[in-house]
Design a binder for this molecule. Sequence first.
Ligand code: NAD
Ligand code: DAU
Length: 346
Amino acid sequence: MRLLVTGGCGFIGSAFLRHALAQPGVERVVDLDALTYSGRRENVAELEADPRFRHVQGDITDAALVDALLREERPTAIAHFAAESHVDRSLFAARRFVRTNVEGTLCLLEAARGLRDATGAEVRFLHVSTDEVYGDLETDDGAFREDTPLDPRNPYSATKAGGDLLALAFARTHGLPLVVTRSSNNYGPRQFPEKLIPLMITNALEDRPLPVYGDGRNVRDWLWVDDNCAGVWAALVRGAPGRVYNLGGGNERENIAIVRGILALLDKPESLITWVKDRPGHDRRYAIDATRAREELGWTPAMPFEEGLARTVRWYVDHQAWWRPLRDASFEAYYKAHYGKLGLPG
Ligand code: NAD
Ligand code: DAU
């Protein structure tokens, strides 16, 4: 396999690069990443010595660059992770989400189709989508299945649904051998400290307030990042073309339970918990039915949640040199403006 990965310097993409390079029969792995605020070259530092690996800094919306890279590298497979990924940022910077998540996805699809048409060689395409495209569940609503109608409710999930549907349209209309995964919330090392788990860990380590939205009882299903990568890999190599696979951890938790768990692991007081206004359009609950991935791909998540959370907390304690520089002036400005609106004091 000659593999092109987009967004490989991000949280999940970098874990996927490590996973891919450990698989047999992988000749070449090229990472295309624009290195936005959440893309970190240090996330792939340990891979740079591998002669099969190449990092290219570039934007997936740059059609000329993407075309040239595909013609040079001739990948036999593409795993597309690059995205604007944070719901809260999409509330005030939606245009960038449309550009990367919709136009960038289209650009890659067209380049894959162009390479196939020019060379006759198939390029397997794995599009990384999200469970958020299904919208919102009430507490007793069951779980998302692959045939649950899409009902995205915030700008992030609307643009992810746009990319997801374009990808499936290219499978149908242009016959691209393309598979989509829709996973639940990932957690683990190297997640940018703006998402729930790393934000709460790093704030607690700095004795700053832990901002909990609304009543704290929104539910997410947590999936260990390496389990997601194993599922994405299985879908890339074994998934049926044109098919969608849900990937979930089977770990539904209320946000407040996660926050309390982190404080307990760090031996920090619950007085750090600060209730702020709710996220506008806040989805109440996500839950995944991953039966299809289990039956057709033979995939099941392996990491027990309590062990994964403890490992994640330990990673942030041990890697302060990784996250402290990320909480720079631009992060502070984002943090103050966003949480200021939601009611975080000072
Ligand atoms: P992330 O924000 O950590 O990483 C995104 C990466 O994409 C970064 O390296 C960034 O530099 C790169 N990127 C952004 N715009 C780009 C552009 N225009 N051109 C090239 N590179 C660009 O995100 P993540 O959490 O690792 O998410 C990866 C993928 O998984 C996304 O598609 C996301 O929608 C999806 N997903 C994430 C989760 C989760 O819980 N984090 C769950 C389900 C699905
Ligand atoms: O479900 C998959 C999605 O999970 C991915 O597609 C997204 O890329 C990823 O960011 C994630 O989206 P969420 O909105 O679920 O994740 P986030 O970590 O932002 O928030 C998780 C929950 O925690 C959510 O209910 C909002 C709440 N929250 C979040 C933050 C950042 C808080 O209460 N306080 C916070 O400060």
